[in-house]
Structure formats: C-alpha cells, structure tokens
Design a protein around this ligand. Structure first.
Ligand code: F0G
Length: 374
C-alpha cells in the first residue's frame, strides 16, 4: 500500500513474489486492481449481532468484482505465453472482467454464458468491452463443460478459475486483508461460494502466510452457498469426499447459480485446513441482508450479500461468537444487478417478501405535495 509505481500500485502486484515471480513488467496487464475498503457499519452490526464485523468490498475493483484480481494474473500469463485468444464460461462477472483485460492486452476474447441467466450489468460489460458473446442454451454448468471442451480441442486459452493463475491472483484478497489488519488474523472470513475459486484461493493464501510466518493463526473460513445451488454444502454436511451436482440450480443470486462447481476439491482442502465450515442461506435471507448492506451506503449485488446473511445465521446457530472478529467478503458492485434490487423494493420477487422495502412515492409537481409527504 502506498506505492504509486507500476505495477506495485496494484493490490495484486504489490504481492508479486507470492503470486507470479516469473512474470516481467512488460507482460503485466494491470488496471490497479485491489486496495479495496474494509467497512464497518452499525446497521450491519445490529443486523448480525456481531460487534466486530467488517466488510471487504471487492466490488470496488475496476470492473466491479473480485474477478479482476485473478484476471490480471491470468491475462498477464496469457501474454507471457503469447496467446491471442482467450475464453471463459461465466455467470457474468468473470466474463465482464476477462473482456476488459483481454481488450486492454489487445487479445480477442470469447465468453460462454447461460442464455437469459446473467444480470444485465454484466452482460452489457462483456458486450461493450468487445468480447464475442456466446449465449449457450442451458445453464452455467453446460456453458462450463462446453468451454472446457472448446479450449482443449481448439487451442483457446481458458481463463476460468481452474486456471491456476486466477487462483494465484485471488490470494491477494487475503494478503491485503491481513495487511489492513496490521498483520493480524480475524477469527473468521465469510465468503459467498459458487464455483469455489475464492474459497480455494483463500486457503492457499493462508497456508502460505503461515509458512512464511507472516501470520500466527489461520482464520476459519465459512463458505456460504445459496440454498437452491448448494452441492458443496451437501458434500460437507454429509461428510462426503465426493460432490453430487445439483441438476437445476435455482437462486436469485445468479452469480452463484452453479450446480457443479469446478474447484470443489481444492475448496474442501481449504475448509479442512482452516477448520472452516460450509453454510447455506435462502434467497429471502440473501435479499434482506443485501437491503441492509445497501441501506448502509455500502451496497452490493445479491450473491455478495450471502456472506453477511451467512454470518448472521452462524451467530444465531452459535457457531460464530458475537465477540469474534469477522470479515465478510463483498464480492460484487451494487450496479451489477439493478433488476434484483428494484424488484425487491417493489415486492415483485417471486417467493420473497421484503423486510426492508423502500418504495418510491409518486407526487404531483407542487410544493404542497412535497410538504405532505416529507
Ligand atoms: N460473488 C460473485 C459476485 C460472483 O460473481 C461469484 C462467481 C461468486 C461470488 C462466487 O465465487 O465462484 O469463486 O465461488 N462468479 C463466477 C463468474 C462464477 O462466472 O462470474 P466463486
């Protein structure tokens, strides 16, 4: 923190030796990602009952999600290898990030997205940044298996989080967090979980920090899934060593609407290493938590609120103690999915009755009308 020089002003490349020591300056494609804020707010403290709860806002990254941290590492590696065509499957944020970084590097990019299932903010970014957009008929898991086949057969460089450089870049969320806490560990890190790249990356980050003696204790990681898209939760709950995919995942949090997460094995390693846990939260819990985060002025997209909803649930079940220090990862920006936000406040989301609605008031264009409603 503090350096204004390229590439060290980036919250990823500041930790270059722990992320990609071999990459040269001229190969690095960076938009000064990271350096995201650690927030605390009394509304969230009251809502969860946790006195020491913080939110690290990864939605403050250049394209509005944590994906930029893994993407700067992945695209830089693609450049190092001389690639000029990259691809990913995505529930939206990875595609937005990859499209931007590929265009900055002068590469072509193709995104495979499930047709009609990603939030408009994200689709608009992928189109605008210049990616070729393939709308796959099917869900994210179908798009994921198609992009894996395509990259194997057609020599396209794959940039999903099964690409190890993506995971390397995402470790920096934890490096930066520990630095922000003056090189001390929180008791818990709570993270929304979909394809499980982040959960995997966090475990690897803490393993390395401990081996380097930069931390004394490894925080416990709580991975939070949406109830309708919870294969990893089921694996953990049933103490299995295999994952049974959820065939038709369903949740309002489209970013984590994933039935067959690719990184579940690495993520399970993280949960074991950190003495962590896996929890699930309903769409109602996600959207109410989002309304609290939003109305505190911080704001996020639905999937991100799974972290705060999860922390609240874990306090209520006694797993997290009210006095412990808890950091929730806010993964994406509030502008990613305005439809979900507006429909929540208007009470138009199927199966969800908003606990914290904020309805617009229609008034006549007169001072009296204003006087009557304020
Ligand atoms: N939150 C947001 C906002 C996301 O976009 C994602 C994943 C997650 C949480 C879950 O993270 O996959 O590392 O467990 N989005 C991916 C995408 C799948 O394609 O944008 P994870």
């Amino acid at each position: 923190m503090g350096s204004r020089e390229f590439p060290y002003r980036s919250g990823v490349w500041r930790f270059r030796e722990l992320i990609h020591p071999l990459v040269k300056d001229k190969e690095i494609v960076s938009r000064s990602e990271g350096d995201t804020t650690l927030y605390s707010h009394k509304k969230v403290i009251q809502y969860t009952g946790i006195e020491n709860i913080f939110m690290k806002h990864e939605g403050e990254n250049p394209t509005g999600s944590f994906k930029d941290r893994g993407m700067t590492a992945g695209i830089s590696e693609a450049k190092r290898l001389g690639m000029n065509l990259v691809a990913c499957a995505s529930t939206g944020n990875t595609s937005a990030s990859m499209a931007a970084y590929a265009s900055m590097a002068g590469m072509r990019s193709i995104v495979f997205i499930p047709e009609g299932e990603i939030a408009f903010g994200k689709l608009s970014q992928a189109m605008a940044y210049g990616a070729q957009v393939f709308q796959v008929s099917g869900n994210f898991d179908d798009a994921m298996s198609l992009v894996q086949k395509s990259s194997r057969e057609l020599g396209i460089y794959l940039l999903n989080s099964i690409n190890p450089w993506r995971v390397e870049g995402q470790k920096s969320i934890m490096f930066e967090l520990i630095q922000q806490l003056n090189w001390s560990s929180p008791d818990w890190v709570v993270v929304p979980a979909g394809n499980l790249g982040n959960t995997s990356a966090f475990g690897k980050a803490f393993d390395e920090l401990e081996k380097l003696e930069l931390i004394e204790e490894i925080p416990r990681i709580a991975s939070i899934q949406a109830t309708g898209a919870d294969p990893f939760y089921r694996t953990w709950k049933e103490k299995k060593e295999e994952l049974k995919p959820v065939k038709d995942p369903e949740t309002i949090a489209t970013a984590i609407k994933i039935g067959n997460p690719v990184s579940w094995k690495k993520a399970l390693r993280t949960i074991k290493l950190t003495n962590g846990i896996v929890e699930e939260v309903t769409d109602q819990e996600i959207m109410d938590a989002k309304a609290v985060i939003d109305s505190s002025g911080i704001g996020c997209e639905p999937a991100s609120a799974a972290s705060v909803a999860g922390a609240k649930k874990l306090v209520e079940s006694g797993m997290i103690d009210k006095k412990e220090r808890v950091v929730c990862i806010i993964t994406g920006n509030i502008l990613k999915d305005p439809d979900a936000t507006i429909n929540y406040h208007l009470g138009k989301l199927k199966g969800i009755s908003p606990r914290f609605p904020n309805n617009p008031v229609v008034i006549e264009a007169s001072l009296d009308a204003v006087r009557n409603v304020i």
